[in-house]
Design a protein around this ligand. Structure first.
Ligand code: ADP
Ligand code: MG
Ligand code: ZN
Length: 726
């Protein structure tokens, strides 16, 4: 294991393992078959790449997509690892050279498509050399129960039997037990060690807002993510094309991707996206499987996904580098009807029911008012125990006082009754607002007494109220048609026998208010980052490889925060290993040094940098609550007192303080300590863990201490730790 740790640092440039990586590598090195289930971006590749470098013989990696393979091989080559691939995309000449290199044992990792294994020349080649490890990436492709079955994968079982002395690893991001069983059975894994990582992706910010003017909402969202890579998912091909036309007309860098295009067009657009030449891909669900791009910063769901599994896969394509990424879903009840229409085309009764149940779980997620990580992660059978993640809209919305909403409820219920209990929420709202639509006139509903009696609230406020009515079962929503019906509880309310309490939200026009900075790495010099990015793109274009293969965004951001001045300092940056230092170190160092000279940045003075950076940030952010809270706290007010004063949970106050501290402000730590339940003598252990594992995620620390230290304590300890170490 010392060897593994050393390779992690020297070759990959990383300081510590992610959760489970160490245990998995240990198991593989002991030549025990292994099944790894980890979400996208969890770091599965390292689990076979590091053993491959330790084993004497060859490691074969089976991967379903040629495009994915090419990127991975390129990434490994950049790290100085001897890697080859053999597949039909190669010229005869390249094929021959790679073949010879494997034969002469000049290669540590060989990437193959499953069908290549059936070829005689390759089968013979593998038999003629020492094969230590067989890795099957995207192993769910072997199961007919997965969403991505490939028949070529079926032949892989024989492979395992032909090489009894090699260890076999299956890797997947699919969590269903049925698929896991299939993998073990079909790959003939011998009593495998099974490693199931948490499906919580802490760096994804989850946000759902009611869809009103979808196009304008999309434009606002994109304007908040200028110069960043992202994906927009739509329901239909036509919508993809329209949105692409409209957004590119406004100057956004977009390309479409859907099944109605030729393979060639699709590959071209995907390639432009991977190479950072196009910022935004607008796609139907077909897009993303072959994408290894680490710096996707946002995913916008323009329409409701059909089920949680696809939603999770799609948002999971962002933030692979571990940096924050924004996932926004535009939600409206009328999308449900669209999906139901397609479900109803299914002939098989059971299939139809399953699809409806899946859709229902998705709707529940979208309607949820508690932390979004609960419905999401529980869906995968994992119990999520934290009340407050701090990285979803529901956790960040300030709790407001419940108010009496009986009158709006009565108005709404009467409108439902008068229109015959056959319409959906949006139509009823239009009636209450007195909209002059054809549909209303056609139905003669402009003559109803309820027409136009709801103008004191806007459309969005009504929509959030409807969510609450449905949740409180004052109204029943028909799952099939989305229409609203009265329930048993309705009559008491209409008769004024019962009051309704709930929230009326202020009209929130954009998603800006919810922004929160998380983790230290976000305070960096934006100008320098852009320079580094430009240089990276130039180098990548010369070599015809994707930019993230050279350095990830995360690595560049850290350079722009730490201003390394020497090779030694550069090696301290996560993602800079020996080989990359040799190839690119001097180019990037020169750039950083000349920038520092120009800007008069002499030595590393983190405190000052942070203040400068936080000023930059403030300009873009009108929400100053955390500063007010931070200052009040420093003046001696306790967390509990502030929570009372602002009428929020104390966790919200802690989030504000954390943000205030992250922006480089010193914090009164005694006030934090009084809130920590862990005895003070134990704090050191946690600080040691921060030192070892870094502070960007808390979940590995949480696991490290066997879930015995609460997240609140960990948040507080992290603030103290960072306060003392910057
Ligand atoms: P997966 O195959 O599980 O989707 P990858 O293996 O592609 O994920 O890893 C995702 C990203 O995380 C890659 O950029 C990888 O280099 C990075 N990564 C993996 N392990 C670590 C680690 N221990 N420390 C830092 N970064 C890591
Ligand atoms: Mg992978
Ligand atoms: Zn949350």
């Amino acid at each position: 294991m010392d060897k593994a740790q050393n390779i992690l640092k020297v070759v990959f440039g990383y300081d510590s393992f992610r959760p489970l990586q160490k245990e998995i590598i240990q198991n593989v090195l002991n030549k025990k078959d292994t099944l790894v289930i980890m979400p996208t971006g969890g770091g599965k590749s390292l689990c076979y790449q590091i053993p491959a470098l330790i084993f004497e013989g060859l490691t074969v990696v089976i991967s379903p997509l040629i495009s994915l393979m090419k990127d991975q091989v390129e990434q490994l080559k950049q790290l100085g690892i001897k890697t080859a691939l053999l597949n039909s995309s190669l010229s005869q000449y390249d094929y021959k050279i790679n073949f010879e290199n494997v034969k002469n044992q000049k290669v540590k990792l060989l990437y193959l498509a499953p069908e290549s294994l059936m070829k005689n020349d390759i089968a013979d080649l593998l038999k003629s050399i020492r094969l230590d490890c067989i890795t099957v990436d995207e192993a769910h492709c072997i199961s007919e129960w997965g969403h991505d079955f490939r028949k070529e994968y079926r032949q892989l079982g024989n492979l395992r039997n032909s090489f009894p002395s090699a260890v076999c690893i299956g890797l997947t991001a699919t969590a269903t037990p049925r698929v896991q069983e299939d993998i073990i059975k079909n790959l003939n894994l011998a009593t495998p060690g099974k490693f199931l990582a948490s499906f919580n992706r802490e760096n994804l910010f989850l946000n759902v807002i009611p869809k009103r003017d979808a196009f304008q909402q999309a434009v606002d969202f994109l304007n908040d993510h200028k110069n960043q890579s992202g994906i927009i998912y739509c329901f239909s091909r036509k919508q993809v094309d329209n949105l692409h036309d409209d957004l590119s007309y406004l100057g956004f860098s977009t390309k479409p991707y859907h099944a109605g295009m030729t393979d060639e067009e699709r590959n071209k657009n995907q390639d432009l996206f991977i190479k950072d030449e196009v910022q935004i891909i607008i796609a139907t669900i077909a897009f993303g499987m072959g994408i290894n791009k680490s710096n996707v910063r946002f995913v916008l769901h323009y329409d409701l996904p059909k089920n949680i599994e696809s939603y999770y896969q799609e948002i999971g394509r962002s933030g692979r580098d571990g940096l924050r990424s924004d996932c926004l879903l535009l939600f409206t009840y009328s999308d449900i009807a669209k999906i139901n229409y397609f479900i109803d085309q299914k002939e098989d009764d059971k299939e139809r029911l399953v699809a409806k149940a899946h859709l229902n779980a998705m709707i529940k997620y979208a309607e949820s008012e508690i932390c979004r990580r609960h419905p999401l992660i529980n869906y995968f059978g994992e119990s999520y125990q934290i009340d407050y993640c701090g990285m979803c809209d529901n956790c960040l919305v300030e709790e407001k006082e419940m108010t009496d909403i009986t009158i709006p409820a009565q108005k709404f219920l009467s409108a439902v009754r008068r229109t015959g209990e056959v319409f959906g929420a949006n139509y009823i709202i239009d009636v209450l607002l007195g909209e002059e639509s054809d549909r209303i006139f056609h139905n003669g509903h402009q003559n109803l007494s309820v027409y136009g009696i709801g103008k004191e609230l806007n459309k969005k406020q009504w929509q959030t109220l409807v969510h609450q009515f449905v949740r409180k079962e004052i109204l029943i929503r028909d799952l099939e048609f989305g229409s609203l019906k009265l329930s048993q509880k309705s009559s008491n309310i209409l008769l004024n026998k019962e009051k309704v309490l709930g929230f009326v939200r202020e009209s929130q026009t954009s998603t800006k208010k919810l922004k929160l900075s998380k983790g230290k790495e976000e305070t960096y010099d934006i100008e320098l980052f852009e320079l580094l990015r430009k240089k990276r793109k130039e180098l990548a274009d010369n070599k015809n490889i994707p930019p993230f293969v050279i350095f990830s965004d995360k690595t560049l951001i850290q350079m722009a925060a730490d201003f390394p001045q020497s090779e030694k300092e550069l090696l301290n940056i996560s993602g800079v290993g020996k080989n990359k230092l040799e190839n690119y170190g001097s180019i990037f160092l020169t750039l950083i040094k000349s920038y520092c000279t120009r800007k008069n940045i002499s030595a590393k003075t983190p405190a000052l940098q942070h203040t400068a950076a936080s000023k930059l940030k403030l300009k873009n952010n009108s929400d100053l609550r955390h500063i007010i809270v931070g200052e009040a706290f420093n003046k001696g007010n306790s967390i509990d007192k502030l929570a009372e004063e602002y009428n929020v949970k104390s966790q919200t106050i802690i989030t504000h303080i954390e943000r205030y501290a992250n922006e480089g402000n010193k914090i009164r730590t005694d006030g934090l300590k009084e809130k920590i339940s862990l005895p003070e003598i134990e704090h050191k252990k946690v600080f040691e863990a921060f030192k070892e594992d870094g502070t960007s995620t808390l979940s590995n620390i949480f696991e490290k201490f066997n879930k015995e230290i609460s997240y609140i304590d960990l948040h507080l300890l992290r603030i103290i730790y960072l306060n003392d170490h910057t």
